[in-house]
Structure formats: C-alpha cells, structure tokens
Write a protein that binds this ligand. Structure first.
Ligand code: DAH
Length: 370
C-alpha cells in the first residue's frame, strides 16, 4: 500500500514539475499508456484474490484517477500559459497610427521657393511664371541682348533645331531654346498687363554646363518691380528686407558692387557679409576681412529703358528694378549643402536628411525656414 502511495506522490510531483506539454505527455505515457506503471498495476487486479482486490483495488483506482486528474490540470495550466504568452506577443494596438514612419519629404529647392514666395508675398509681390521652352526674342533680344552680343555666347544655350522655329514675342519667326534664365518672365509680365508690376518668377533654367557647382538644369528666381518714380533705394531696401527674412538674421550687411547686365542700367551685383562660425561660412556679419568676407548672392539693377520700350511701355513714365539669383545656391547657403549635383540625384538618403516635412509650411510668423 505504501508503495502505491509513494508511487502516487512521486508521479504527482513529477507532473507538477513538468514545464512543457511534451514533458506532461511523456509522463502520461509512462504512467497511463499501454505499458505504463499505473496500467501495469491495474492489470494485476485480475490475478488478485477477492480480499486482496478489496484492499488494493481502491488504492490503485485512486492512483489512476489522481494521476489522470493531475495530468489534465497540468496540461490545462500549461496551455493557458502558452496562450497568454502568444496573446501578449501578438497583440495589436488598434489605436496606433497605421504607419508611424513619415513618408516623403519636401525637396530643399521646393522649400526655398515656398519660403521666397512667402517672403515676397508679404512685400506685395505675386508669383509669375513662363514656359521653359522660350523663344530667343524673349530670352535675349527683348532683354537688350542682340544677336551679336557676347552675353549670348556666355549663356551656353540649348537651342532647338532650325525646324522648330516658332513665332517670337515680337511676332517674327524666332529660334526656340530652353530658357537660360528666368529674365524672359520680365518680358512676358510687362507685355501681359499694364504697370504697376511687382512679381517674382521662380523656375527651372538650362545651360550646357556641368560640375560640382553647375548642373545643366538649375533654378532661378527673378524679381521685377515697374512703377513710377522707382529708384535704386527701393531696390536696396527690398533686397535687404528679403535677405534678412530669408536668412532669418538682422545682421545682414549688403554691398552693392557696380556690374554689367545688358538688361539693367545701372547694374549692381549684391554681396552679403559672411562670418566664420565653427570653421563654417555663415551668412551674416559685417563682411570684415578678419572674421569673414563678402559673398555674391544676387544680380540686379534698374531695368534698362530699352527693355521697357521693347515691351511697349514708355521708359520716361515707367521705371523699375529687377534682380535674379540661383535658388539652388540660396538653398546651399542657407542649409549648408556643398554639392549641387546631389540636389538632382534622387537619393532617398539625401532627401531624408535634407528634406523638409510636408507639414512644415514656411510662414513668416512661424519662421520661413522652420
Ligand atoms: N539673368 C541673370 C543671369 O541669369 C541674372 C540677373 C541679373 C537677373 C540681373 C536680373 C538682373 O533680373 O537684374 O545671370
């Protein structure tokens, strides 16, 4: 009898210690299977005397029932634990956003164009556009760059073929080209509606040129103001206000340098002072040679009377100023990128690093470069 009791205690202890369903199953087979220890004991009942069976029978049956119950209980406990673990591991939080990874970004060129539009909108400028396939009258002739003018050669123009000639802005047949600058938008704007005019024209331009700082396609922004009594002071104030807003610094110092553009008279190149901070050139500061210097950022001038006349306006009544600069270069200066070619590689790693969130729309109140 004590053998049966100790067998029972031993089996029940083993079952309680079994920590996998396989281990429980192995114990079940060992105890209750065809050749299990409990099964073997049950088989001995048949050969017993009635008296013996009277005393041992209940103990053997109790053994079988206890072991069966212990196995069932252990199995159920292990199954519940396994289910709990699976539920914890596979839980889905339905309240989380479908995909928390932000996808896509605003290219620095688009960001800077948006910033420029925002800054100039505040000064009363609207955005004008023109086609990228332009005629040579609007791209050159009307801008006071006649056929033999050396500036035409300087522009490394992509021309379309002789068979692609079309009617130019003056009504005569004209060679077609990929515009070499945004200045033809000046012509289109002056010919489209009477002054006063205050526009900026951002867009793509093309020149046959390629190295670390030149790509065959790049971006410019043009500015044009035409009204009565406009003078160089208006130009200087406008550019100073624009550059302070764009670089988000008040210590922007301008230097106007006499220069030459066929479509402006006088022409000025605009430099801004930079300082050296942590070994990096940063726009802002006095242009002092000890701590920095001057960097050219814009071409500008008073619109040449010949250009105003070419657009059908009387230069004795209307004057204005114009300016133009590279958007890509502005982006590089503001956001510290040094290879222009990366702008157009479409490399996602570069875009993730230098791109802007689509939700960060530039505003003057929130910061145009936020
Ligand atoms: N169109 C010139 C260029 O591509 C830039 C420029 C200079 C534009 C002076 C202007 C200006 O409007 O007044 O190099």
């Amino acid at each position: 009898m004590t053998e049966i009791t100790s067998l029972k205690d031993g089996l029940i202890a083993d079952i309680a210690r079994a920590d996998t369903l396989d281990a429980v199953e192995a114990l079940r087979v060992g105890a209750l299977g065809k050749s299990g220890v409990v099964t073997a004991l049950l088989k001995t009942l048949g050969a017993m005397t009635p008296e013996e069976r009277q005393t041992k029978g209940p103990a053997i049956h109790d053994l079988r029932e206890s072991v069966t119950a212990a196995i069932a209980a252990r199995k159920a406990a292990l199954e519940t634990a396994a289910l709990d673990a699976r539920l914890a591991a596979e839980r889905i939080d339905m309240t989380l956003p479908a995909d928390p990874q932000p996808q896509g970004s605003i290219h620095p060129v688009s960001q800077v164009m948006d910033e420029l539009a925002e800054i100039f909108a505040d000064l009363g400028f609207s955005v004008a556009t023109g086609p990228e396939i332009e005629d040579d009258w609007r791209n050159f002739t009307a801008l006071n760059i006649p056929e033999t003018h050396p500036a035409r050669a300087m522009h490394d123009t992509f021309y379309f073929g002789e068979n692609d000639r079309a009617v130019g802005g003056d009504g005569n047949p004209a060679a077609m080209l990929l515009r070499t600058h945004t200045s033809p938008v000046q012509i289109r704007t002056m010919m489209a509606a009477p002054p006063p005019i205050r526009i900026i024209a951002p867009g793509r331009v093309y020149r046959s040129d390629s190295d670390a700082t030149h790509t065959p396609m790049f971006h410019q922004i043009e500015g044009l103001v035409i009204d009565r009594g406009i003078h160089l002071g208006h130009l200087k104030w406008t550019l100073e206000t624009f550059l302070k807003a764009f670089f988000e610094r008040d210590d922007i110092v301008l230097r106007l340098r006499p220069s030459y553009f066929p479509f402006t008279e006088p022409s000025v190149e605009v430099d801004v002072g930079y300082s050296v901070e942590n070994g990096q050139r940063v726009i802002g500061g006095s242009g002092d040679a000890e701590n920095g210097g001057w960097m050219e950022v814009l071409g500008s001038g008073m619109v040449h009377p010949a250009v105003i006349r070419n657009c059908g306006l009387d230069p004795d009544e209307w004057q204005g100023f114009a300016f133009g600069t590279g958007v890509d270069r502005l982006a590089m200066l503001k956001y510290g990128m040094n290879d222009l070619r990366a702008f157009f590689d479409g490399d996602l790693r570069w875009l993730r690093h230098y791109g802007f969130s689509a939700l960060d729309v530039p505003t003057l109140s929130g910061g145009v470069g936020a």
